[in-house]
Design a protein around this ligand. Structure first.
Ligand SMILES: Cc1ncc(C[n+]2csc(CCOP(=O)(O)OP(=O)(O)O)c2C)c(N)n1
Ligand code: SF4
Ligand SMILES: [Mg+2]
Length: 351
């Protein structure tokens, strides 16, 4: 229960990061989600990624909307900043906070209902603006919090718990993000921490909007036979297209990949993302081919996973707007707002 305080006892051999913090320091309140919910595994992966990246808790801002997924920021990094917004409105809160203070690290957690139904427009414009943030969509094909209605990501023919098939076509968040010009697009599975943690780390290091769709099964309403967002279906149909390895700036970069099979991309902070192709003809830097590839794998009923598309060259929201280097929150108020007398002087020019 979230009101219960977690015990503070620590194992003496618990790992410590460069800041002297342990993974426990990256935890939050006790989860109130159903036992086995995929969202809790995503939280665990985020805790590991933030711990391993030595993120200072006070430099992190966690943002969300409404849904079981949107509750999860409470369950990691208790000392970070946080804002739980209205359903589907997290992207504009993220854009506004980022505009005011670009020094913080923004992590947004959303659901398929939150991002693809009520918040679809917000989601699209955050991508277009290339808001510098990690955006995690915990995708279970249903509105978990409101008891299992089909969401906009439910596949045609996927059945509800009562056995009723969904007849409306799904919105594929990954293909949508690619078509809107997203510069970092990945898909993973809550049951695959080995794949998810490096993708989250790369997303945090990315300068711009890093989109990670995570198939995150809802054990209470959408984990039955007939559901295409269940643990069993995802395990059976998951197809890893690109294996991702994240090498932080301080770590030694070892040449442990066969020549030609790996592409190393240097991120703006100097860390390196290594992408090892699993399919020979896959190119994670060719947007058009990635879109075609995803259309083909989707038609075959496969769930393509990995860091599917990465572009390191794009300007983020501040680049587009040509903002000053100093974050707005650090600019003296008098500079930002010279007062009504200054406005009156300007107005005099027009009378
Ligand atoms: C404006 C508004 N409309 C509707 C709701 C009801 N509502 C709460 S959560 C939710 C859907 C959540 O689904 P999703 O984002 O997929 O999250 P999940 O619970 O599946 O993780 C809905 C429709 C609301 N809270 N606010
Ligand atoms: S209802 Fe579904 S999404 Fe919500 S906590 Fe339970 S398992 Fe998770
Ligand atoms: Mg959902």
């Amino acid at each position: 229960m979230s009101f219960m305080t977690k015990p503070v006892a620590r194992h003496p051999k618990m790992p410590v990061n460069a800041l002297g913090l342990t993974p426990r320091d990256y935890e939050g309140s006790m989860s109130t989600l159903c036992a086995g919910c995929g969202h809790d595994s995503v939280t665990a992966a985020l805790i590991q990624a933030l711990f391993e990246l030595n993120v200072e808790p006070h430099r992190l801002a966690k943002l969300s909307g409404i849904g079981c997924s949107s509750k999860t920021p409470t369950y990691f990094v208790r000392d970070a900043h946080g804002f739980n917004s209205v359903h589907g409105r997290m992207p504009s809160i993220a854009a506004g906070a980022n505009a005011a203070n670009k020094d913080l690290l923004y992590v947004g957690i959303s659901g398929d209902g939150d991002s693809l139904s009520i918040g679809l427009g917000q989601f699209c414009h955050a991508i277009r603006r290339n808001v510098n943030m990690l955006y995690v969509l915990e995708n279970n094909g249903v509105y978990g919090l409101t008891k299992g209605q089909f969401s906009a990501s439910a596949d045609i023919g996927s059945t509800s718990k009562a056995g009723v098939p969904n007849r409306q076509g799904p919105i594929d968040s990954v293909r949508l993000a690619l078509s809107l010009g997203a510069t970092f697009v990945a898909r993973s599975f809550s049951g695959d921490k080995h794949q998810l943690v490096p993708i989250l780390k790369a997303g945090i290091a990315h300068s711009g909007f890093a989109f990670v769709d995570v198939i995150s099964p809802c054990v209470t309403f959408n984990d039955h036979k007939g559901s295409t967002k269940s643990y069993a279906h995802t395990r059976e149909h998951m197809h890893e297209v690109v294996e991702t390895d994240f090498v932080p700036l301080r770590a030694e970069i070892k040449a442990d990949y066969a020549e030609g099979s790996v592409k190393a991309v240097t991120m703006h902070d100097g860390s390196v993302v290594k992408l090892r192709k699993v399919d020979d003809d896959y190119d994670a830097s060719n947007r058009r081919r990635v879109v075609d590839y995803l259309a083909e794998t989707t038609a075959k009923g496969e769930v393509a996973t990995g860091l599917l598309y990465l572009e390191e060259s794009g300007a983020d929201m501040h680049g587009f707007e040509n903002t000053v280097d100093t974050p707005m929150v650090k600019i003296p108020y008098e500079t930002l707002c010279p007062g009504s007398s200054a406005l009156a002087d300007i107005q005099k020019e027009w009378v």
